[in-house]
Design a protein around this ligand. Structure first.
Ligand SMILES: *[C@@H]1O[C@H](CO)[C@@H](O)[C@H](O)[C@H]1NC(C)=O
Ligand SMILES: *[C@@H]1O[C@H](CO)[C@@H](O)[C@H](O)[C@H]1NC(C)=O
Ligand SMILES: *[C@@H]1O[C@H](CO)[C@@H](O)[C@H](O)[C@H]1NC(C)=O
Ligand SMILES: *[C@@H]1O[C@H](CO)[C@@H](O)[C@H](O)[C@H]1NC(C)=O
Ligand SMILES: *[C@@H]1O[C@H](CO)[C@@H](O)[C@H](O)[C@H]1NC(C)=O
Length: 814
């Protein structure tokens, strides 16, 4: 008896048809039958049809007839997904009419193409079964007339040239359905399809759940409104969407010579795999990307944003207030928001533009299928029907065209800083009134649960905290050299930011939102609105700001001024067009723009900025929250450290202190700081070391996962270093720039010295800068601190004893 497993390994690893135990066909006719062990291959030998089993522990002898990529092995289609064979006696026959039939050893039919096909089979003259180079398994009459094709029956995978959609005439649908588990191809929990109620939307849902799981949304001519990675933002693929009275469908093709597959996996995630030059499947992107992508997580008239703790937070659109109380839980079907001033159908209603949005759910929408109406026509149409709540263009190309109307509550929106589109929402008051309102109080930190409470507590405690640590010395330091800090008035700021309009919104941090602005002279600025009601006095605030403004270095973000208006406090910074470092290094595509030379420049710049904070400035500053998100990039990609105002300043001789409040971000915090609240310049050195490794590897320390072990990035690099394999941590593209190998090794070495367990073993920044720039020999690093995931304290318990654990990060820099 043949060994099933070894047979499988043959096709998996040796992948050479000459090695296979059976026959390898290029075409099958009614005279042949494909037995277990035989294969049918595409002309280019990329795809293969045959029998396979998966490494299922419970059912080792389950076998399936399927279609796969030969190398690296990846199953893309399964005939008998719900009806496995037992043993190796299965065979596939083709009838004289061109139907495919799968039998087991007892000649029982397990699957047939005619049962899935709606086409009535007629007698074919010359039936043939082949795999085309696209990966389409086709039964045809002669070379031309297609009788049946696997592309019409997608499983969990969509390849270039396949489609998702619906034909209105035949009612045929093309949709994906996930496998049950990674090792079980039977029908699983998730499906992805085009919902054609209202304006068609691509949606992902869980079986048996009437609601969506994730709405990629409607097509706007360039992309799906809720899937930035699957549209115009992506330079690798062309996405195509067509909608006619007959059929609506979606498909994609690669722009360059790329082999790729898009999979709906068993846990409900879309995974885009791309084949690397080394013939490996690389996970290029996944969707949903974050929790805010899940359907209507914040309820109606609310937007979801990811805060610095990587959790979703909800806020009401301007002009709306939380339906139930100030805070609400983030969960499916959350209460959401209601109009602050209710709409009365009539002359008083008006429409306010909300730019940069993922369009709301269009299940109950009306649209102009010809894409012919203008925005003005659209507004008139919406105004004339009292139940119309909003309108937008259906197509954003050519300045916008077509009309889309919503009836009922608007749900499942989110804001995108550089994506998204305009939606015009009906409001119960005149636009003029709305504009003139004091918007300040309306942006309440209406986030959810613990995080919001912490932010509020932090804002209030901060004042006391500052006093405690700076005391009198702090004040004296300012007195001797009182520099002029521009204090801008609220009018200037609100003109510059267009009344803090959504379009200028850059991100939200623990201290409040940040907006982009442009002063009358043309200078671009970033305005950080500190959380209201901090209780801090005007003089105190001014002094604090002056202190920060004194710190000037080419690798620090410059504070330009501040603004005080009643309870409101704002900080005005120089604007950084290139967002923050994390935006580049952790993104598969953008990181490719970051060649080694640039990375080295960034590492050196951060080192110098930090050295300045630690030593060269008259005030010794410990940053305490150094991380990729706090390193902004100017238009030449020079790094500038931001948010150092949060750092506590010291008198010249005071080199360390301890606190029971921890400010910082897990993954970057040194052990002594995270566990004991003990901080010094050496805790910044630790964070710097982590950051250097992240810049080199393109991986986050905290989120790092490896199949072979449960170490974080530090542990992983340490392990490779001990085994003399440290070059393996490099991103593939960087590795190709071979001339820099010695630079890279040096950076890794210095980084490992910086993340050593004991603070006294770590170099100070002055030594680190020297080490990075010289060729001299370096000491041998000791084991890093926090090198396993298990060592990292549980976030929830840490939070309870350190109220200040809220970091001040903006999502997208300034
Ligand atoms: C399958 O095809 C083979 C070869 O033509 C034939 O001998 C066999 O009877 C067929 N089996 C069935 C069940 O149709
Ligand atoms: C998609 O539908 C259009 C009609 O709306 C049709 O012309 C086109 O062939 C379809 N695309 C595919 C890949 O079948
Ligand atoms: C599904 O995809 C997500 C995102 O890539 C991944 O984290 C998860 O492990 C995958 N699950 C399975 C069963 O493949
Ligand atoms: C959030 O949900 C929990 C559990 O369902 C409940 O106890 C709590 O009161 C809710 N909080 C708010 C603000 O609604
Ligand atoms: C308003 O639009 C809704 C939904 O299309 C429709 O049912 C209703 O009849 C319209 N009302 C008027 C007054 O046109």
């Amino acid at each position: 008896m043949r060994n099933i497993r070894s047979l499988f390994w043959v096709s998996l690893f040796l992948s050479s048809s000459s090695f296979s135990l059976g026959l390898d066909y290029s075409v099958i006719t009614p005279r042949e039958s494909l037995k277990d062990g035989d294969t049918l291959s595409s002309p280019d030998q990329v795809f293969q049809l045959g029998f396979f089993s998966l490494d299922q522990e419970e059912q080792p002898q389950h076998r399936f007839l399927g279609l796969w990529y030969k190398e690296p092995f990846a199953v893309i289609w399964v005939a008998n997904r719900n009806n496995p064979l037992y043993g190796t006696s299965g065979f596939l026959n083709m009838t004289s009419r061109g139907d495919l039939q799968l039998f087991d050893g007892e000649h029982r039919a397990l699957w047939s193409s005619s049962s899935s096909s709606s086409k009535a089979s007629t007698t074919a003259k010359n039936p043939l079964l082949k795999i085309l180079c696209t990966g389409n398994l086709v039964s045809s009459d002669g070379e031309e007339a297609v009788l049946w094709q696997s592309f019409d029956y997608p499983m969990d995978t969509i390849l270039a040239g396949m489609k998702l959609g619906k034909n209105f005439k035949t009612q045929k649908e093309w949709s994906l359905s996930s496998w049950k588990t990674l090792k079980d191809p039977s029908i699983g929990e998730f499906t992805m399809s085009l919902d054609t109620r209202g304006l068609p939307q691509l949606i992902l849902r869980k079986r048996g759940d009437p609601s969506y799981s994730y709405r990629l949304g409607s097509w706007n001519g360039l992309s799906f409104t809720g899937a930035p990675a699957m549209g115009r933002e992506n330079s690798l693929f062309d996405y195509k969407f067509t909608s006619s009275e007959q059929e609506v469908n979606y498909s994609w093709t690669p722009r360059r010579k790329i082999v790729s597959r898009l999979v709906l996996n068993s846990t409900g995630k879309l995974q885009r795999f791309v084949q690397s030059k080394q013939r490996q499947w690389i996970l290029a992107n996944t969707a949903p990307e974050d929790e805010c992508d899940y359907y209507s997580i914040c309820g109606a008239y609310a937007v979801c944003g990811i805060n610095s703790k990587n959790t979703p937070s909800c806020s009401c659109l301007q002009g709306f207030k939380p339906k139930s109380g100030r805070n609400w839980n983030v969960s499916r079907g959350a209460d959401g928001c209601v109009h602050e001033i209710s709409t009365i159908c009539g002359k008083k209603d008006t429409f306010v533009k909300f730019p940069g949005m993922k369009l709301p759910d269009t299940s109950w929408s009306w649209y102009d299928s010809r894409n012919a109406m203008t925005l003005e026509d659209c507004k008139i149409k919406c105004s004339s029907n009292c139940s119309c709540t909003a309108y937008a263009n259906t197509d954003i190309r050519e300045g916008g065209k077509g009309c889309l109307l919503w009836f009922g509550d608007l749900v499942d929106m989110r804001e995108y800083p550089s994506f998204g589109q305009d939606v015009y929402i009906r409001m119960g008051f005149a636009k003029k009134e709305f504009k003139g309102r004091e918007v300040v109080g309306m942006i309440v930190g209406s986030m959810m649960g613990v995080a919001v409470v912490l932010v509020a507590v932090f804002a209030c405690c901060r004042n006391k905290f500052m006093k405690r640590y700076h005391g009198e010395d702090w004040r004296k330091g300012i007195g001797e050299e009182d520099m002029d800090l521009p204090i801008l008035d609220i009018k200037t700021i609100s003109t510059a930011t267009d009344d803090f309009s959504h379009i200028n919104f850059l991100g939200r941090g623990g201290f409040g939102p940040v907006y982009k602005g442009k002063l009358e002279e043309g200078q671009e600025i970033a305005v950080k609105r500190l959380c209201a009601n901090s209780g801090q006095g005007v003089e105190e605030f001014k002094n604090e700001v002056k202190l920060i403004a004194k710190l000037q270095h080419r690798n620090l973000v410059r504070l330009l001024g501040c603004c005080i208006q009643g309870e409101e406090r704002m900080l005005i910074y120089e604007y950084m067009p290139n967002k923050s470092l994390d935006f580049f290094i952790f993104d598969e595509r953008r990181s490719q723009e970051l060649k080694w030379e640039k990375r080295m420049n960034i590492i050196n710049g951060i080192a110098r900025g930090l050295l300045y904070l630690h030593q060269d400035s008259r005030l010794r500053i410990i940053h305490r929250d150094l991380k990729a998100g706090n390193v902004l990039l100017d238009n030449e990609m020079n790094p500038k450290i931001s948010d150092f105002g949060l750092a506590k300043s010291f008198g010249g001789d005071q080199s360390e202190s301890s606190t029971n409040r921890v400010v910082g971000t897990y993954g970057y915090m040194s052990p002594e700081y995270a566990v004991d609240g003990h901080f010094s310049v050496k805790s910044d050195v630790f964070s710097f070391g982590v950051l250097v490794l992240e810049i080199i590897t393109g991986k986050t320390n905290r989120g790092f996962r490896h199949a072979d072990h449960d170490l974080n990035l530090l542990g992983h690099v340490w392990k490779l270093w001990v085994e003399d394999r440290e070059m393996e941590v490099l991103e593939q593209d960087l590795l190709e720039e071979a001339c820099v190998v010695s630079d890279v090794l040096r950076c890794i070495h210095v980084a490992l010295l910086c993340v050593q367990q004991k603070p006294e073993d770590r170099p100070n920044m002055a030594s680190a800068v020297l080490m990075l720039g010289s060729d001299g020999s370096l000491p041998h690093p000791k084991q890093p601190g926090f090198f396993t995931n298990r060592n990292v304290p549980d976030l929830s318990t840490s939070l309870s004893h350190s109220l200040n654990a809220v970091t001040i990060t903006m999502l997208h820099g300034r």
